[in-house]
Design a protein around this ligand. Structure first.
Ligand code: ADP
Length: 394
């Protein structure tokens, strides 16, 4: 039996989950938010109860020290020696990493080089790695990448129709994200279907604040909707997803914004927030739509329409599909979105049951038994994938 901690460090937050492996039991989990700001919030589950501390946490080093002393002071662990491995989420592994990797100085240097591709994410992930190294210098650490699962995409999927030398010189290509989630749910779907993953064609819909769709053939990602950055693909909470690129200079001219300013709009003020005009949160939009708000209705329609089209497109890409998977906050919980996405797909052999579709937040099939294509809701678990890779590699 070993204890492994899975870490997801953002620029001002640090999520953690401590596992007993190989049983995969969650011992505790929590999040530290507002690191570097006043009144940071440290939330941790102790004996099944959430504890919340509000205090100033100036940086990630202090956050990690607080986390580890909390684990010992609450008796969750007796000593830090009990932690056998640390797994870190690293957003961008570029073309260098097609699997998780044991962290060394050499790999950190590579993550730093890749910060060019993920300037908002990789530096924060590295800060988290360094903070743990400072406190647990001899404990093995493993990096798990959002991009790694999609490294199996063929060139015909990942290449943009741009001058080829841009790919070679600047690394301009589709990388894809949410890979750990797509990998987890595809493996779980195969188990639930009782069929070998190698024989399955799956379309996985990860629908959270960020959203991406993946075409997974024989357990390998062969296409995905996010691109060079997580801005591409379907409509999201605040991100536009795909737009005509010629709009960027047009919006710059009309609004007198810089390229960065327009990018900021596409990342933070678009998507369901932009269309609805009041929220990026699907729950708010569903409530308003039910009360007759037209723009809320439109946001739901735009969102589900894009996902619906990706399903058709990826089914064509794989010459058929065996199962559709819904996961993440919206995919796991929203009956409305699943219904809108699936409506009319009977022509592809997708027959779904409105009663079963009422399911929320748990594993369930929502297709009729006779449906040739199965539809399955699977809560994602990126943390357990991180813990598994720590156990496998360290
Ligand atoms: P993130 O990408 O930040 O991890 P999540 O996977 O937590 O996002 O998904 C957040 C989205 O899920 C929000 O739009 C939220 O409204 C939606 N969501 C969460 N719970 C429900 C629910 N019970 N019903 C409908 N939508 C939900």
């Amino acid at each position: 039996m070993t204890k492994v901690i899975a870490i997801n460090a953002g620029s001002s937050s640090l999520k953690f989950q401590l596992f007993e492996m190989p049983e995969e039991t969650v011992i505790t989990k929590g999040i530290i938010e507002r690191i570097g700001l006043e009144n940071a919030v440290f939330t941790i589950t102790v004996d099944g109860e959430k504890q919340k501390d509000i205090t100033d946490i100036p940086n990630h080093d202090v956050a990690v020290q607080m986390l580890l002393s909390k684990l010992t002071s609450t008796g969750i662990i007796q000593s830090l020696n009990e932690i056998d491995g640390v797994g870190h989420r690293v957003v961008h592994g570029g073309e260098v990493f097609n699997d998780s990797v044991v962290i060394t100085e050499e790999t950190i240097a590579k993550f730093e080089e890749l910060s060019d591709l993920a300037p908002l994410h990789n530096p924060a992930n590295i800060t988290g790695i360094r903070a743990f190294q400072n406190v647990l210098p001899t404990t093995p650490a493993v990096a798990v990448f959002d991009t790694a699962f999609h490294q199996t995409m063929p060139e015909s999927s990942f290449l943009y129709s741009l001058p080829y030398e841009y790919y070679k010189e600047y690394g301009i290509r589709k990388y894809g994200f949410h890979g750990t989630s797509h990998k987890y749910v595809s493996q779980r779907a195969a188990e639930m279907l009782g069929r070998p993953l190698e024989q399955l064609r799956l379309i996985s819909c990860h629908l959270g604040n960020g959203a991406s769709i993946a075409a997974i053939e024989g357990g390998r990602s062969i296409d995905t909707s996010m691109g060079f950055t997580p801005l591409a693909g379907v409509t999201m909470g605040t991100r536009s997803g795909n737009i005509d690129p010629a709009l960027i200079p047009f919006i710059m001219e009309k609004t007198d914004k810089s390229a960065e300013g327009v990018l900021d709009v596409l990342n933070k003020q678009s998507g369901m927030l932009g269309v609805s005009g009041f929220s990026s949160d699907l729950r708010d939009i569903e409530i308003q739509s039910a009360e007759g708000n037209e723009r809320a209705r439109l946001a739901l329609d735009v969102f589900s329409n894009r996902i619906h089209k990706y399903i058709g497109s990826y089914a064509a890409r794989m010459n058929g599909v065996d199962a559709i998977i819904f996961t993440a906050g919206i995919g796991e919980n929203s009956e409305t979105i699943r219904a809108e996405v699936l409506n009319g797909l009977e022509f592809m052999g997708i027959y779904w049951d409105p009663t079963l579709n009422k399911t929320r937040g748990e594993e369930a099939f929502i297709n009729y038994p006779h449906s040739p294509v199965k539809v399955v809701v699977i809560p994602t678990d990126e943390e357990v994938m991180i813990a598994r890779d720590v156990t496998r590699l360290s």
